[in-house]
Structure formats: structure tokens, C-alpha cells
Design a protein. Structure first.
Length: 120
């Protein structure tokens, strides 16, 4: 007879699931890194590593797992003409649903619209 199975989901795994979902929300132009992510990205450019496919990159998103919950901070750029409040709510809802489905975690999602992509 075996005991209960314990599964831990890493911050990075949650971030990758969430980033993939954010990119699929209509109106999202890009995931945008904050200052800390930008600095880490610059430092990482100097370190040897295997290339990470675009769909697995997590710039613009930070996830912190605490037990059966995760806190996710998303920073996006939106397409011009997109209602920012409606987009932020849709991103919040869809990311929370995807993380619950894939990772089995309750997600608190905070969305920041940091840029609007203007037409050229």
C-alpha cells in the first residue's frame, strides 16, 4: 500500500503555461518584461544555454507558487483600439482557467498594460 502522491509545480512551469495562454488572447500585442526581467535577459545573453522556443519564453510574466496557489504578474502591450480594461480582465480569467486546468493550482492574476502598439 502506498501513501498519497505529492506533486509540486515549479514557478517556471506555471509561468510557461500562463505565457502561452496570454499570447493567444486577441488584442495582446506582446508580453513585456519589467526592468528586472530586462536586466536578467541581458545577463543571460552572455551565458551559454540551449535556445528556448518562443512559446516557452516567459518575458513579461512572473509566477510564484505557494502550496496549492500561485500568484501571477503579467505585463502586456495591447493593440491600438483594444479596450484595455476588457483585455486585462480576459487575460486574468483565461490565465487563471488555464493554470487551474493544466497545473491544478488556484491562480491570482494581476495584469498590467504597459504599452499600446500604435498603427504605423
Amino acid at each position: 500500500m502506498s501513501g498519497p502522491t505529492t506533486v509540486s509545480v515549479s514557478d517556471l512551469a506555471v509561468a510557461r503555461v500562463a505565457a502561452r495562454r496570454v499570447r493567444r488572447v486577441p488584442g495582446v500585442a506582446a508580453l513585456l518584461g519589467d526592468v528586472a526581467q530586462t536586466l536578467l535577459g541581458l545577463a543571460a545573453d552572455w551565458l551559454p544555454r540551449d535556445p528556448v522556443p518562443e512559446e516557452l519564453r516567459v518575458q513579461g510574466l512572473v509566477a510564484s507558487v505557494h502550496g496549492h496557489e500561485t500568484e501571477i504578474r503579467v505585463t502586456v502591450g495591447v493593440r491600438f483600439g483594444t479596450n484595455c480594461a476588457e483585455l486585462a480582465e480576459r487575460v486574468r480569467r483565461e490565465v487563471a482557467e488555464e493554470v487551474a486546468t493544466v497545473c491544478g493550482l488556484d491562480a491570482r492574476v494581476r495584469v498590467t498594460v504597459a504599452d499600446i502598439a500604435l498603427p504605423v
